[in-house]
Design a protein around this ligand. Structure first.
Ligand SMILES: [Zn+2]
Ligand SMILES: [Zn+2]
Ligand SMILES: [Zn+2]
Length: 144
């Protein structure tokens, strides 16, 4: 048996949630997979000739609901999307090249719960992105 590809994993998640992986949806996911660490809706649109803007946005929204795509807030405040690893997680974003990695931390989740208790808020959600320079970009700086 050949190893599972990203597309296989995405397909499994989508089908398990009771949705169909229609041809346009599959096309769009393949495009997203090819766009790398993160992508904008416009990039997906530009790379998908014959697929309308509404379909791109509808698919992005559905994929977010299913946890297949997540939002990444960029250094400048813009929003990009990323094929998700599923489950709650956070991002480290490189300010130089835009590379993104996921991380999860029990300590952060505990802190959020504690801050909720202290503030008297019932916290529904939170977002945390870390910005900096990735290893590759730092290596380039040293070599320059
Ligand atoms: Zn993510
Ligand atoms: Zn970088
Ligand atoms: Zn968290």
């Amino acid at each position: 048996m050949s190893p599972m590809t990203t597309m296989d994993l995405l397909e499994r998640t989508i089908v398990r949630s009771g949705h169909r992986l229609t041809t346009p949806r599959r096309r769009l996911l393949e495009v997203m997979d090819g766009l790398g660490d993160r992508f904008t809706a416009d990039q997906v649109l530009a790379a998908s000739p014959g697929v309308g803007r509404a379909t791109v946005f509808r698919t992005l929204r559905l994929m977010q609901e299913l946890g297949v795509v997540c939002q990444v807030v960029l250094d400048g405040g813009g929003v990009a999307y990323r094929l998700g690893s599923g489950g709650h997680h956070h991002h480290v974003v490189c300010s130089e090249c835009g590379a993104v990695s996921d991380f999860a931390s029990h300590d952060i989740e505990d802190l959020v719960a504690e801050l909720g208790r202290r503030s008297g808020f019932e916290i529904d959600s939170h977002r945390l992105e870390l910005y900096g320079r990735c290893q590759r970009c730092r290596a380039t700086l040293i070599l320059d």
